[in-house]
Ligand binder design. Structure first.
Ligand SMILES: [Zn+2]
Length: 263
């Protein structure tokens, strides 16, 4: 894993907060039967002015507490999660005061990304306007796991349109603090309004679920996993754009490796 040595972003840490297990033969045509654990990875960065920033929050025990929806989700996507995997617990173990986290950036609102939000009841939430719209429009009803994000989140949300030019050719987004250190990058396709986070100083791009694991890019996805994507064609377009980024360290929520295209 890369560690930040840049002038603005001081530290970068990754935490695995539970995982799901899937058989690759169920996901991709022509793949042999092979079970893989897909970690729910969270990134923590430190900004000298804005302090600690979490990108996504992993799973929580609440993923199992939503009745029939939880049962079905676990059947299709078996989850392993222990209490000590919660991002809040892991920060405490790391001697980081969880309430000192200034901002949580949510790439999108799937359960393996929002699970820990409930445990940070006062933290500012950053997301795309599309994600905010899902929360506002429905009063959380449209979210798969409305019990995870907690009550009264709307007042804490700052939402961005992700329409500006960015340092990444072909991608639009927003300079979060206006100092060029943290860019929110639009990554449509997997989920409505998904975003990623790019740190130019270390050329690190956290892409959420833009693709689960870059090792499986070339495989032909089966019908059901395609249908899980918000828009499969846009999903593939975004992957195509990711493949054009040279020298950028790309890390996904669920992939095991940092992926760098050759210069
Ligand atoms: Zn997702």
């Amino acid at each position: 894993m890369p560690h930040g040595t840049g002038k603005i972003i001081r530290n970068i840490k990754f935490y695995n907060c539970g995982f799901c297990t899937n058989n690759l033969s169920h996901m991709f045509k022509g793949h042999s039967s092979q079970k893989v654990d897909f970690q729910a990875r969270v990134m923590l960065i430190e900004h000298p002015v804005h302090g600690l920033i979490l990108i996504d929050t992993g799973y929580s025990h609440r993923v199992r507490q939503n009745g029939l929806v939880s049962w079905l989700y676990n059947r299709l996507n078996p989850i392993t999660f222990n209490p000590e995997d919660a991002i809040r617990s892991q920060l405490v173990r790391d001697k980081i005061e969880p309430d000192s986290v200034h901002t949580i950036i949510l790439t999108h609102l799937h359960p393996d990304h929002i699970g820990g939000v409930y445990d940070f009841p006062h933290t500012k939430l950053v997301m795309s306007v599309e994600s905010e719209g899902l929360i506002k429009k429905s009063g959380l009803r449209d979210m798969i796991f409305k019990n995870q994000i907690g009550p009264d989140v709307q007042e804490r949300i700052t939402a961005y349109t992700l329409e500006n030019k960015t340092p990444l050719t072909g991608f639009s987004g927003e300079d979060l603090y206006g100092d060029g250190s943290v860019w929110l990058i639009g990554l449509p396709g997997h989920a409505h309004g998904q975003l990623g986070v790019y740190l130019p100083e270390v050329q690190l791009f956290y892409i959420g679920d833009a693709v689960w694991d870059l090792n499986y890019l070339i495989k032909d996805m089966r019908y059901f996993p395609r249908k899980v994507q918000n828009d499969y064609n846009t999903y593939m377009d975004t992957i195509g754009k990711l493949q054009t980024l040279k020298g950028v360290q790309i890390i996904s929520t669920h992939g095991d490796e940092v992926y760098i295209h050759a210069e």
